[in-house]
Write a new protein. Structure first.
Length: 606
């Protein structure tokens, strides 16, 4: 492996040209042929990442330019993956912030940029798509500077180098008017501005495990940067936890480096190299992999404790098995156990309910991503309302709290403070952050934040930015008001009729449209009143000598309210479920039979 080495992280909002720019780095470094089609696997390759505009999976890649090896690591940008971001950034010595010349720095880049600046990394700013006719590079640079100031960057970080680039056309320059050239200036800036790892190659081998993957043939594969010493294939190694306790011992049966998009086997690696190691069966993220002589672990940020739990159960609705092919509890259990093995932030346990599992994680987004992946793989599931994980403290019951940092336009600050107060949040800091914006910091019980993000975006007209980090376990805050409205529940099974929906629409907001398949106990709308109401959406027009059999052409219904998976999960109450299949997201009562619902309701009241 190359002696000259730079490790960098790349931060960019979706569609700002990250993948295109990295592909050009591959081509101009000779990693790929000019006519080779490059699959977008290194950066935001996952379908969900492209659709949601976030990075979910951290992915290392590598290029070699003039004998300089450059390892590039992509970084998740959402607070649900906060601990992973800190561990990933511990592998690098510099960051590139890529911003669109028209759109500028976007909210999704803010969280990880703050982490990078907090760790003392010196950024390189690349203004991409400089050839856009609506480009505004001067204002964009001002926005980036203001962002760094708001994130409390030091003077050295504020003195960042800037390049103007067109990833699509493969050039970068210090001149914003340049419209041709190569990426040579970017390669040179990485070489000159980003420090080499500068780690001790002669010490005993030690590496912090940062990412965990699984291979069907090799088993667990742990990725990280070697912090000291050298590693050779077949070398005896052990794993230490954050307290220095030995987890297991074994051998490095395989060592992989990154070459372009591929993981390639190597015989040896040394301090500073980012590698993947196979051979251990128990070691996990935040463990130190090291030589047998090492006794002190590398300092690591602990994995954030799960604060939220949902019940994943077998779909038992009347339409179960019609849209998916993975419906048995055994298949669901195997899939969840595989997820827990590679995603260390998720914990799976058997539920007291039949054919059900408790899945705990760091937040609604993290668990929502898992559910969405499973439905795309053909699973059918019933999902409960999220609930926080309580614990017993010295003074009684405790619940998880989060530090919530909100950046909003000044005009919306009052609304946000009021809504957060309703959720039992305490305001800890509030100050102007420049540009007509206010930064507000809360200490809030996680329980009160369930389902709030969508409302927050509506209240701030999509301009607000909210970052959440686990803070502590603290005293239970008492009752927090939930949904104010009841729901409209179908009394029958069959296809919805326009005639019936037209009458029901007067009662509230519909979630379904005519001809949609419904079943007894399914939630078809929101009642305008606090109580639940059972309705008959299958009722058709009575035919008489005076009434012709029409097709209800004259009926004009308001388009139904459709919910995303996250919206549906946040909407339901404790006595309700979300039915998730590859084709549908339905809301339903936990007990479909009305008599059973009443019996359980009385039992809960008692």
């Amino acid at each position: 492996m190359s002696s000259a080495l730079r490790n960098i992280a790349i931060i960019a909002h979706v569609d700002h040209g990250k993948t295109t720019l990295v592909d050009q780095l591959f081509r101009q470094s000779g990693t790929f042929r000019d006519n080779q089609r490059v699959e977008e696997r290194a950066m935001d390759s996952n379908d969900l990442e492209k659709e949601r505009g976030i990075t979910i999976l951290a992915k290392p890649t590598s290029v070699v330019w003039n004998d300089l090896r450059i390892n590039i690591v992509d970084t998740p940008g959402h607070a649900d993956f906060g601990a992973e971001v800190e561990r990933i950034l511990s592998m690098v010595d510099g960051v590139i912030l890529l911003v669109d010349s028209s759109e500028g720095a976007m909210p999704q880049t803010k969280f990880v940029t703050g982490k990078a600046l907090g760790l003392g990394l010196k950024p390189i700013v690349v203004v991409n798509k400089i050839d856009r006719p609506d480009g505004r590079h001067v204002e964009v640079l001002d926005e980036v500077f203001d962002l760094f100031v708001a994130l409390e960057a030091d003077d050295e970080q504020l003195d960042f180098p800037v390049l103007y680039a067109s990833g699509r056309n493969g050039y970068a320059s210090s001149d914003p008017d340049a419209r041709e050239g190569t990426l040579e200036p970017l390669f040179e800036l990485i070489r000159d501005h980003v420090p080499s790892p500068g780690l001790d190659e002669n010490a005993e081998f030690a590496m912090l495990a940062t990412l965990l993957d699984r291979d069907n043939f090799l088993g667990r594969i742990l990725t990280g940067r070697i912090e000291s010493g050298k590693l050779e294939v077949g070398m005896p190694i052990k794993a230490l936890d954050v307290n220095g306790k030995q987890i297991e011992a074994g051998r490095a049966t395989k060592v992989f480096a990154y070459d372009g998009l591929d993981r390639v086997p190597v015989e040896s690696a040394k301090a500073g190299d980012i590698v993947a190691i196979a051979g251990l069966t128990v070691a996990t993220v935040s463990n130190t992999l090291c030589a047998l002589e090492v006794s002190e672990p590398i300092a690591a940020s602990e994995i954030d404790p799960p604060t939220l739990s949902m019940t994943f159960s077998v779909n038992d609705s009347p339409y179960a098995g019609r849209e998916g092919d993975k419906v048995q509890s055994r298949v669901i259990r195997d899939r969840l156990e595989r997820e827990a093995e590679t995603n260390v932030a998720i914990r799976v346990t058997e539920s007291a309910e039949r054919d059900a599992f408790e899945v705990a994680g760091r937040g609604e987004l993290q668990l929502g991503v898992l559910i969405e992946n499973m439905r795309r793989e053909g699973f059918e599931l019933s999902i409960s309302r999220p609930r926080v994980l309580f614990r017993d403290g010295p003074d009684g019951r405790e619940e998880p709290y989060e530090t919530v940092v909100v950046d909003v336009d000044d005009e919306f600050s009052g609304t946000v403070v009021d809504k957060m107060a309703q959720r039992k949040a305490e305001l800890t800091d509030m100050r102007p952050s420049g540009g007509g914006k206010t930064r507000i910091i809360f200490s809030a019980p996680s329980r009160g934040l369930i389902g709030y993000h969508g409302e927050f975006l509506s209240d701030t007209r999509g301009t607000g930015i909210m970052n959440r980090l686990f803070e502590k376990y603290g005293p239970h805050k008492g009752k927090i008001e939930g949904r104010q409205n009841g729901v409209l529940i179908s009394m029958e099974q069959g296809e919805a009729q326009a005639y019936a929906l037209n009458a029901i629409e007067e009662r509230g907001v519909l979630f379904v449209k005519p001809n949609e398949k419904l079943y007894e106990g399914m939630i078809i709308g929101e009642n305008a009143k606090p109580q639940d109401m059972e309705v008959n959406p299958l009722k058709s027009k009575q035919l008489t000598n005076f009434r012709a059999s029409g097709k209800d052409e004259g009926i004009r219904l308001t388009p139904p309210r459709r919910m995303t998976l996250e919206q549906a999960i946040a909407y339901i109450q404790n006595d309700e479920l979300v039915e998730v299949t590859p084709q549908s997201i339905r809301l339903r009562k936990r007990y479909l039979d009305p008599h059973e619902r009443k019996r359980h309701s009385r039992k809960n009241e008692d």
